[in-house]
Design a protein around this ligand. Structure first.
Ligand code: NAD
Length: 396
C-alpha cells in the first residue's frame, strides 16, 4: 500500500476510506490464445481498476513486459489512483499488463493488441477504461485499439492523425524536464548549472534528455537495458538518439561505457530513474551521490530506499508528481476526443507546466507545513482529494 500510518494520521483517514483505498476495486485477468505472436502459446493479460471513485473512466497505461504480473499491475494501478487525484483529474486509477516481450516486432505487437482490445472491448467502449502507452507500448499500439473500437475517446496516446494530441508523445518527458527546472531551487542552482544522469532512453527517458539538453542542463550519463554511456562534458543527445535508433541501444555511443549500477551511483546533481521500477533499493540507496532524485519511472524507489534517501537529506520528487505530464496530456486528448476540437503542441506544453507547477506548490506547502517528505506530502494531498470525492459520492 502506498499510504502508511503517518499519512493515515495526518489525513485523519477513517476506517472505511482506508479499506476502500487498500485493495483494488476490480481485477480482470484473461489469456489471449489466438491473437498471439510466433513463439507464444498464450499470453496472460491483466486490467486492474484500483479505485474508481474519481471515474469512470479509470485511466492508466498498458505495460507490455515478459515479467509483468497481476501484483505489479495492481501496484501501478494504485499509483494511478493517487496520481490522477493529485493532478485533480476526473479519472479513477487503472493499469494493464500484457505478459509478452516488450522487444517484439511492431507487427507482432499489433496481433497481441488486437487480441487484447477484443477481450476488453466492453471496458473500452463503455468508457470504463481509457488506456494509454506505458513501458513496451506506444502510439502504434494505441492506434490498434482505436482501429478496433473506432472511438477516439476510448484511448489516448494515439498518433496525431487519428485524434492524438500534438505533444502527447513527449508529454511525460516534457513534464519531467519542467519538474527538474522547478526543483533546481532545492539545490539553489540554475538549470544550466545542473549535471544529470538518466536511466532509460525510451519514451520518458529519451524525451526528458532531449528537453533538458534543449534547456541547457548537462546530461552527463544515459543508460538503457543494455548498458550506458557517459561524457562529463555532456552527452550529445541528438547524436545519441540517432545511435539508439540504428542500434536499438544507447550502449556503444562513444564516451565512457558505464553500467546501470554505476549510473545510479554517479556524483551528479540530479538522478532521473526513467526506466523500470525498484532500481533504487536498500542495497544501493546509501551509495546514491545525486543531491536530488526525480522519479521519471513509476515506483523506481523501494520503501526502504526512500527512508534511506530521506535520512541522507536527498530530496525525491515522487513519480505521482514528476511523471504526471503524460496523464495531464491524456486528459486533454480524451476531452478533445469527445468534443472533436484540436490543440496546438505549445498549448499542450503550457497545460502540462501549469498543472504540474500548481500541484508542485501544493505538495511543497504540505511538505513544509507537516514536516514530511515530498512523497508523503503528495500522497497526503491526493488522499484528501480522494476522501472528498468518496464522501461526495456518499461512499463514506
Ligand atoms: P519505454 O518502453 O519507452 O522505454 C523503457 C526504457 O527503459 C528503454 O530505454 C529500456 O531499454 C529501458 N530499460 C528497460 N529495462 C531496463 C533495466 N532493467 N535497466 C535499465 N533500463 C531499462 O517505456 P517508457 O514509456 O519510457 O516508460 C518508462 C517508465 O516511465 C515506466 O516506469 C513507466 O511506467 C513510466 N511512465 C511512462 C509514461 C508514458 O507516458 N510512457 C508516463 C508515466 C510514467
Amino acid at each position: 500500500m502506498l499510504i502508511d500510518e503517518e499519512i493515515v494520521k495526518i489525513v485523519g483517514l477513517e476506517e472505511k476510506a482506508l479499506m476502500l483505498l487498500s485493495e483494488p476495486d476490480r481485477v480482470i485477468h484473461f489469456r489471449i490464445r489466438e491473437h498471439v505472436p510466433p513463439g507464444y502459446k498464450m499470453v496472460h493479460c491483466y486490467v486492474v481498476y484500483h479505485n474508481v471513485a474519481r471515474g469512470p473512466p479509470c485511466k492508466g497505461g498498458i505495460r507490455m513486459s515478459s515479467d509483468v504480473t497481476l501484483e505489479e499491475t495492481t501496484q501501478l494501478a494504485e499509483i494511478m489512483t493517487f496520481k490522477n487525484a493529485l493532478m485533480d483529474l476526473p479519472f479513477g486509477g487503472g493499469k494493464s499488463g500484457i505478459a509478452a516481450d516488450s522487444g517484439l516486432k511492431p507487427e507482432h505487437k499489433r496481433i497481441l493488441m488486437e487480441g487484447f482490445a477484443h477481450e476488453i472491448r466492453y471496458e473500452l467502449t463503455s468508457g470504463n477504461y481509457v488506456p494509454a502507452p506505458d513501458l513496451g507500448t506506444g502510439p502504434r499500439e494505441m492506434a490498434v485499439i482505436f482501429g478496433e473500437t473506432h472511438l477516439r475517446e476510448c484511448v489516448t496516446g494515439k498518433p496525431v492523425g487519428i485524434g492524438g494530441l500534438p505533444g502527447r508523445e513527449e508529454a511525460t518527458g516534457y513534464g519531467v524536464s519542467a519538474i527538474v527546472e522547478r526543483s533546481a531551487e532545492f539545490l539553489k542552482k540554475d538549470l544550466q548549472d545542473l549535471t544529470v544522469a538518466v536511466q532509460g532512453f525510451g519514451n520518458v527517458g529519451g524525451w526528458t534528455c532531449a528537453f533538458l539538453a534543449k534547456k541547457g542542463a548537462k546530461v552527463v550519463a544515459v543508460a538503457d537495458k543494455e548498458g550506458g554511456t557517459m561524457n562529463k562534458n555532456g552527452v550529445d543527445i541528438e547524436g545519441l538518439k540517432n545511435h539508439a535508433k540504428q542500434r536499438g541501444t544507447v550502449r556503444g555511443y562513444g564516451g565512457k561505457e558505464i553500467s546501470n549500477k554505476e549510473l545510479l551511483e554517479l556524483d551528479v546533481d540530479v538522478l532521473i530513474p526513467a526506466a523500470v521500477g525498484g532500481v533504487i533499493t536498500a542495497g544501493n540507496a546509501g551509495k546514491v551521490k545525486a543531491k536530488l532524485v526525480i522519479e521519471g519511472a513509476n515506483a523506481p524507489t523501494t520503501k526502504e530506499a526512500d527512508g534511506i534517501l530521506e535520512k541522507r537529506g536527498i530530496k525525491v520528487v515522487p513519480d505521482i508528481l514528476a511523471n504526471a505530464g503524460g496523464v495531464v496530456a491524456s486528459y486533454e486528448e480524451w476531452r478533445k476526443g469527445k468534443s472533436g476540437s484540436r490543440t496546438k503542441r505549445e498549448e499542450t506544453y503550457a497545460t502540462i507546466s501549469s498543472t504540474l507547477f500548481e500541484e508542485f506548490d501544493q505538495v511543497l506547502d504540505c511538505s513544509t507545513r507537516e514536516k514530511i517528505s515530498l512523497r508523503k506530502a503528495a500522497l497526503v494531498t491526493a488522499t484528501r482529494r480522494l476522501v472528498d470525492t468518496m464522501s461526495g459520492r456518499g461512499w463514506l
